[in-house]
Design a protein around this ligand. Sequence first.
Ligand SMILES: [Ca+2]
Ligand SMILES: [Ca+2]
Length: 414
Amino acid sequence: MTSTTRMLVGTLALMLVGCTGSALIDPTSPTGNNEQSPTTRADAAAETDPQMGDSLHLEPSDPDLVLHTDPVDTLPDETQGPGTQPPVVDPSGIEDGAATDDVPQTGTQFPTSSGNEGPPAGGPTSPGFETPGDDATVDPSPPVVPPPDPPDPTTDLPPPPDPPDPTTDPSPPPAPAVTWIDLPDGTFSMGDTTLASPVHLVQLSAFRMTGTEVTVAQYRSCVAAGVCISAETCTWGDPNQDDDSKLDHPIVCVSLAMARTCCQWLGGDLPTEAQWEYAARGGTDRAYPWGNTEPDGTLTNCDPDLCSDGFAETSPVGSFPAGASLHGLYDMAGNVWEWVLDCYDGTYYATMHATCPAGCLDPLNLACNSSAYRVLRGGSWLNDAATFLHAANRSLAVPNGTKKSVGFRCAAAP
Ligand SMILES: [Ca+2]
Ligand SMILES: [Ca+2]
């Protein structure tokens, strides 16, 4: 080897060392290392994602209403005298209310989502990794396609629950049609000189009202729909409405809130006290829905001492067409007491009389706390005195009281 040849060999060796050394450093990485942690962002997301699907709780539509929280029902019921008598304890027996804490809770628990994952380990290769002079003999690196993300058990939701099986799941009872009766607007004299005084004028806008008390079948449909809660236990008395032979009887054993929930499901709410009395009297001053004759077994279902009606307890709604109101409402006297919206206030009539001599428009008294007495109307199958069935008579009950003689009907806008 000549000296010239040895110089050429040395120069080539130095060039190869320099090129190889520069190609081992990735200029795109500040640390010279392209590895990323794929779990960093996912872990952060898992820490910050809120838990979803907390159990939902049914609540009464009126936030002031309390379901079955009073330990004792102090409802005076049928022993309560007419008018503004103070409440007394029902001597027929008081049972503690059944708690409604077992209301089924709904809602779906979802697994915590961890959010988006970071890119997979091993990012794209560094560009420009070529040996000078090799472009004619060495193929460039093929494009690198990132592999698809593997399944992530923390973000994949479980499959939805199976739909109801119509061959094995019991079908809810069909909802019987609700008959609504239209009531025109008008002014009438509310109250009675001896039972509920003073008599005072009231003006009412047009409204409609269910022609009958809400039935067992209608209420069961509301329960089957997941809206209403069961009316199987009473704070007083055995409802005895749990057999299919009483589907057309009025539902009983319902609190004020339970009644309101059902009425709202049917498209209305409970009537106001003024609406109820206006409908019962047909806008006139008659004492009973049918007129002024005393109650008997052809007109209404009440206690056998007063009515020989053939029913020991409740009767199918609409069983006494001769006792219907002027507008065709059934059982506005007797069968079961009916909840109305108003708070019970013995001075309310006097206040209205003084405030609106020409008649307050659509009065509604909600000035009471959540456990204060509410008004009941119409009397029941337990009553043996005509005054209980008088259309102006006012009785009262604690709102969470559930009794075997108390039901409801609904009202709604026309
Ligand atoms: Ca009877
Ligand atoms: Ca009734």
